[in-house]
Design a protein around this ligand. Structure first.
Ligand SMILES: Nc1ncnc2c1ncn2[C@@H]1O[C@H](COP(=O)(O)OP(=O)(O)OP(=O)(O)O)[C@@H](O)[C@H]1O
Ligand SMILES: [Mg+2]
Length: 225
């Protein structure tokens, strides 16, 4: 771990404007995450955990304040640069997997590579990654609705890794999994952190947060500890 923040949030506020009223999902967040750190984000439902991860993942723009990735203010990036950053540097494991139903498992994992290289994969890497996360070859032509929740979670992890990101963002990576599968998934994520990746993980399970070296607790859009 070096002392250079790879992720920096400076007075980040996110307000969702609804017809009835405004929801302050993030309220003046200041946060530095160092290269190679493993940070867990905890807090009650609705406290702003996914919103925070979405800002870090550049899926959403803060209403005010600044986000720096690798020292660059994302407000200064144009659309193409932002797309490249998201695709090449950041692996995102979504709360609900977001797998593409019409693609088989191997094609799901390959998809970010296809976006990057503009051509189909010839290296066999998506299949290798699926094997690495524990999905055997007989499964890879199945579609997401033909496999279990734990298997979908593994596919989502493989997909997040396919472009070799330096930052891994995970939103409830073990949500709804049994304890044995959760432990396997967490061992995998810990290993990716030990290889030098920065990991930011949302979880509501104290047992899962223990895998991280630092835990942030959110309440009403603020970091309270
Ligand atoms: N697209 C949206 N439009 C309006 N309000 C939203 C939107 N997304 C989230 N919110 C609101 O922002 C607040 C924070 O939501 P967020 O999804 O970040 O919570 P969370 O901590 O991830 O909760 P959970 O543990 O249930 O996943 C909530 O009050 C939520 O209702
Ligand atoms: Mg959430």
């Amino acid at each position: 771990m070096t002392d250079k923040p790879v992720i920096k949030l400076e007075n980040v506020t996110k307000v969702y404007s609804l017809p009835t009223d405004d929801v302050i999902a993030l309220d003046n967040i200041n946060l530095d995450i160092m290269k190679g750190e493993f940070v867990a984000i905890m807090g009650t439902s609705g406290s702003g955990k996914s919103t925070l991860l979405n800002q870090i993942g550049c899926l959403d723009v803060p209403t005010s304040g600044n986000l720096y990735i690798d020292g660059r203010n994302v407000r200064d990036l144009n659309d193409n640069e932002l797309t490249d950053l998201r695709r090449d540097k950041i692996g995102y494991i979504f709360q609900n997997f977001n797998l593409i139903p019409l693609l088989d498992l191997s094609e799901n994992v390959e998809y970010p590579m296809l976006l990057k290289n503009k051509k189909r994969d010839e290296t066999g890497y998506p299949k290798k990654l699926l094997e690495m996360v524990g999905l055997d070859e007989t499964r890879i032509r199945h579609r997401p609705n033909e496999i279990s929740g734990g298997q979908r979670q593994r596919v989502a992890i493989a997909r997040a890794l396919v472009n070799d990101p330096t930052i891994l963002l995970c939103d409830e990576p073990t949500g709804n999994l049994d304890s044995k599968t959760s432990a396997q998934i967490m061992d995998m994520i810990s290993g990716l952190n030990r290889e030098g990746r920065t990991v930011v993980m949302v979880t509501h399970e104290p047992f899962i947060a223990k895998y991280a070296e630092r835990t942030i607790v959110m309440e009403d859009g603020r970091i309270v500890s």
